[in-house]
Every structure is written in structure tokens, then in C-alpha cells.
Design a protein around this ligand. Structure first.
Ligand code: DSN
Length: 420
């Protein structure tokens, strides 16, 4: 916000500048619990807001279609090198614009139209691109959806194996958007090997926890292809990358460009390089360990207050709460919490009798508040505030008083990159 670029924006276009400043104030004053959001460092912002956005660079380092690539090649190679080191990857494509296009590229590279693929159903924690019938994934491929156990709400690897043996998928997708427990990569790989399927891990949510050494890395279990978005727990710019075994390099690269995308966003590539270097530092391990400690504390504190968390808690950065037990719907809860300065999202719970626009639950997590420096003590307060809001969701005076407490708490924990 303090850069010359931003000063120019204020001078030239105050309407846009004012909106950005208002959003900065909102980010500063509120508790951000959307588990896929985070705050990037000023250095990442610097790269994102740089003149690299001026360049076109279709192709790959050393093999571009336009001239003037000597610096762009350097930045892309550096990003690849850092990503390889961070995740122990054989090959990395850092050009995908974001998670959905990256997943589209993976399917395009490794599958044929209407091939059978296994993915976790959306309302159970999967992602739109893991086979939702109205997404390209469900339209162009024959997705068979596996489910979590109806009682424990945990993945049931016997059921995954049974479906795999019955349907003989060409690919099995593991890695989720709303699953609070560890994933058994080894079991997935062994089931896939048994039926001759390609293994694909979508680690978008947990990449920062893997990079920080807190969760297991599917690459170390021999997964063929691993995609991650680079924001979320990994705390880089809004983007994605694909990591794969050397044998898939050609297919993956050709699917990203020219298969699906045009010129890569070089300013974003540079910002990924900056974020990966941050993630290679020892401090990142501390941050990622704290995300999990915070999530476990928040889960315990809410459980003590009578909340029902799906699977009873968390092993990672996120939780899903079933609010039907307290008689409030997910959408109402999201609105009430928003009014109290706490942001999260309404979410389906496994086997939800309600629809995705008005589901029975909420999803929340700790990456962003951990980046602000909040620890276990603050989690106790946040649980208290959330509980107060949910139990008084139709009392504006309570929501107003929690908002004041939230603001006071946030004052002690500045957001990186924001000086309001
Ligand atoms: N929208 C992301 C999330 O919130 O999990 C997934 O794409």
C-alpha cells in the first residue's frame, strides 16, 4: 500500500484506490477464517505488482515464441528450481493460472474423453473439478465419486479399494477442499497400483503444511502428478503449479501450453518464486506447525462449548462444523459471523440434506490468523466470540459487541503488507 505504484493509483483513480483501501481496512479489522485464504508478504506483493505483467512469453524457458525473454526465462527457471526443492519434485510446470485450469490440464494430458476417474464427492469435501457433474470434469470424464464413512465422516480406504476394483479407473484423485483429516497417500497409491490407475494428488489446501514438514508429501509415495494452488497455506500469489514424474513432463507441459493456456502471467511466476523461497526458510516450518496447533486448539475450544465438528476435530488447518445441532443454518451463521467481523464460509456437511447455497454447516481454518501471529491464547478468544455469535445470531447488539472485541484483538496483530 505504501509503494510508488499505489501512490500513482490514488492520484489517478481514486475510485479504485478507495475500494482497495476499504478492503485493506476490512482485512485488517476482521478475523479471517476462510481456510483457503491467507496474507502474502510485502515481497510477494512487490513481485505481483511489478512490470513483469507487461511481458508475453508463450512457450517454455529457452523455447519461446516471442523475443525479449532473457529475464523471463531466468524468473521461470528460478521458480521451477525452488518448487522442485520445496516438494522434492522431478518436474514442475509453474504456468497454470489457478487450480481449476491446472486440474483441467492434468486431465487433458493424462486422460481421454470419457475415461473413468475416481474423486471424492463435492459435498463430502471434494472439489468442483473432482467430478461435479456440471463442471468440465464431470461433463468430459466418467467420474465415479467415492464417499466418506456415513458415521465417522472419515475416508474409508476399504470402500475406495472396492470402488476401484469394480470400476477400474484410469486415474484416482486424492486431496480435498473440506476434509479435516490426514490423507493416507500410501493406501491410495497401493490401490491405484492394484488397478493400474494414475495417481493424482490435489494438495491445494495443505501444500503449506507439506512444505513446512507437518504433513506427508504424496510425491514421496510415488504419486504420478501433484497439483497445488500457490496461495492458501503455501502463502504465495493466487495461482497454481503442476508437479509430476519425468515420464509425464511432455504431456503435462503440452496440455498447459498450448493445450489450455496462452502466455503465462510472469509477474505471478515471480511472486511464486518469492513465496517458495520464503517457504524454504526455517520460519515457515514454525508457521505451518502453528497453523495446526491453532486449528486443534480452536477445535477443542469449540467442542468444549458444545459444537459438533465433522470427524470430531482436525489434523490439518481446517474444520467443518455441523450447525444443525444448534438449530442454525450455515448461511445464517456466515452472515451473523460476518456482521461480527469474523469471516468464514457456509459449507455442506457429508450427506447434507440441504443444498450448497443453504447448507447445514460452516468451514473455517487458521492459516490467515496464524500468519498474523495469533497463537493458542487467541484461539480461545476466537472460539468464545464464534460461540457467542452462533448462540445469539439474531441479536444485533451482541454481534456489534463481538465486532468491537474482534477489532480490538486484531489491532495487536497487523496484517503483512497493510498499513492502514
Ligand atoms: N475456492 C477454494 C476453496 O475455498 O477451498 C477451492 O477452489
Amino acid at each position: 500500500m505504501q509503494t510508488d505504484y499505489f501512490k500513482s493509483l490514488i492520484e489517478q483513480d481514486s475510485r479504485v484506490a478507495d475500494i482497495i483501501l476499504a478492503e485493506a481496512q476490512r482485512q485488517s479489522d476482521g478475523i479471517e477464517l476462510i481456510p483457503s485464504e491467507n496474507y502474502v508478504s510485502p515481497a510477494v506483493l512487490g513481485a505481483m505488482g511489478s512490470i513483469l505483467t507487461n511481458k508475453y512469453s508463450e512457450g517454455y524457458p529457452g523455447k519461446r515464441y516471442y523475443g525479449g525473454q532473457e529475464f523471463i526465462d531466468q524468473v521461470e527457471n528460478l521458480t521451477i528450481e525452488r518448487a522442485k526443492k520445496l516438494f522434492n519434485a522431478e518436474h514442475v510446470n509453474v504456468q497454470p493460472y489457478s487450480g481449476s485450469p491446472a486440474n483441467a490440464a492434468i486431465y487433458m494430458a493424462l486422460l481421454e474423453y470419457k475415461d473413468t476417474v475416481m474423486g471424492l464427492k463435492l459435498d463430502q469435501g471434494g472439489h468442483i473439478t473432482h467430478g461435479l457433474p456440471i463442471s468440465f470434469s464431470g461433463k468430459f470424464f466418467n467420474f465415479v465419486q467415492y464417499l466418506v464413512d456415513p458415521v465417522t465422516h472419515r475416508l474409508d480406504m476399504d470402500q475406495v479399494r472396492k470402488i476401484a476394483l469394480e470400476t477400474k479407473p484410469k486415474m484416482i484423485v486424492a486431496g480435498y477442499s473440506a476434509y479435516p483429516r490426514d490423507i493416507d497417500w500410501k493406501a491410495f497409491k497401493s490401490i491405484a497400483d492394484e488397478v493400474g490407475a494414475i495417481t493424482f494428488a490435489d494438495i491445494s489446501h495443505i501444500a503449506g503444511l507439506i512444505a513446512g514438514g507437518q504433513l506427508e508429501n504424496p510425491i514421496n509415495y510415488g504419486f504420478d502428478v501433484v497439483m497445488t494452488t500457490t496461495h492458501k497455506t503455501l502463502r504465495g500469489p493466487r495461482s497454481a503449479m503442476i508437479m509430476c514424474k519425468q515420464k509425464h513432463q511432455k504431456a503435462i507441459d503440452r496440455a498447459v501450453f498450448p493445450g489450455l493456456q496462452g502466455g503465462p502471467h510472469d509477474h505471478t511466476t515471480a511472486a511464486k518464486a518469492v513465496a517458495f523461497e520464503e517457504a524454504l526458510k526455517p520460519e515457515f516450518k514454525v508457521y505451518s506447525a502453528q497453523i495446526i496447533k491453532n486449528a486443534k486448539t480452536l477445535a477443542d475450544e469449540l467442542t468444549k462449548r458444545g459444537w459438533k465438528l465433522i470427524t470430531g476435530g482436525t489434523d490439518n488447518h481446517l474444520m467443518v462444523a455441523d450447525l444443525s445441532v444448534v438449530g442454525i443454518k450455515g448461511a445464517e451463521a456466515q452472515v451473523a459471523l460476518d456482521e461480527a467481523g469474523i469471516t468464514l464460509n457456509k459449507n455442506t456437511i457429508p450427506y447434507d440434506p440441504r443444498g450448497p447455497m443453504d447448507p447445514s454447516g460452516i468451514r473455517f481454518g487458521t492459516p490467515a490468523i496464524t500468519t498474523r501471529g495469533m497463537k493458542e491464547g487467541e484461539m480461545v478468544k476466537i472460539a468464545e466470540y464464534m460461540d457467542e455469535v452462533i448462540k445469539n445470531h439474531n441479536k444485533p447488539e451482541v454481534l456489534g459487541s463481538v465486532k468491537e472485541k474482534v477489532k480490538a484483538l486484531c489491532k495487536g496483530f497487523p496484517v503483512p503488507g497493510i498499513k492502514v
